[in-house]
Write a protein that binds this ligand. Structure first.
Ligand code: URA
Ligand code: SF4
Length: 221
């Protein structure tokens, strides 16, 4: 008996065989791999250079990203790009994406309140992230928050526990850190922002140690 996407949600049937990020991104616009496309405005795919050496993985687009169609262009993005600048990572060294490509929310009056994606939704969307990483093959992958970490590791792990460990994913270093929205939610934001910045600085050091600096400089020139 054929199984419906509702029973086994997965982006896999929508992911083309390609070495082109643009082809991938165009195909993702038509993804119906899980139910999240139904209420969201559009697929928000990753962006950045093909030879980026640090790949930042967020959770899912927020309200602003859903409307604009780009990752991290809302309030969490302001925190993220401030930390990236403070960590002195050149923007051309970065590719940014999310574990889940559609915005999941609950409508309350006029407001759309972010909802955490389920494990099934995170797994359903993983083929897109895997395809991005297979093309990029970055030396360093940064998981921003627990949803990205859950997606990449395939099992739950807290950020505090992950920050104590040297994680890898294939040939890449996997650096786990706080999601920038944790800074926005914190009673005492400065220590969280400092930790996020420090983790980004370490990611850039790792990328340069792996020869990524030369690759990023070549990309910039
Ligand atoms: N939060 C995320 O995790 N990703 C975005 O793109 C925006 C907010
Ligand atoms: Fe496809 Fe991911 Fe969107 Fe679900 S969230 S429809 S798997 S792109």
């Amino acid at each position: 008996m054929a199984t419906s996407p509702a029973e086994h949600p997965s982006a896999q049937p929508f992911v083309p065989e390609t070495r082109s990020l643009r082809t991938l991104s165009e195909a993702a616009a038509a993804c119906r791999g899980c139910a999240l496309f139904e209420h969201a405005t559009q697929t928000v795919f990753g962006n950045g250079r093909r030879n980026a050496v640090v790949v930042l993985v967020g959770e899912q687009p927020g309200d602003v990203e859903d409307r604009k169609g780009r990752c991290f262009v809302g309030p969490a993005g302001r925190v993220l790009w401030r930390c990236v600048e403070e960590a002195a990572i050149p923007r051309e060294a970065i590719y940014v994406t999310n574990a889940v490509k559609h915005f999941k929310f609950e409508q309350r009056g006029k407001r759309r309140i972010h909802q955490r994606p389920s494990a099934a939704e995170i797994d359903a969307c993983l083929p897109w992230l895997s395809a991005e990483l297979a093309i990029l093959r970055p030396p360093v992958i940064v998981a921003l928050g627990t949803v990205a970490l859950r997606s990449l590791l395939g099992r739950p792990l807290t950020i505090d526990a992950a920050r104590e460990q040297e994680l890898t994913l294939g040939d890449a270093h996997l650096v786990a850190t706080y999601h920038p929205s944790a800074v926005l939610r914190a009673d005492d934001p400065p220590p969280i922002e400092a930790a996020l910045t420090e983790d980004l600085r370490r990611s850039w050091q790792l990328a340069r140690r792996e020869g990524g600096g030369a690759r990023a400089n070549a990309a910039a020139s």
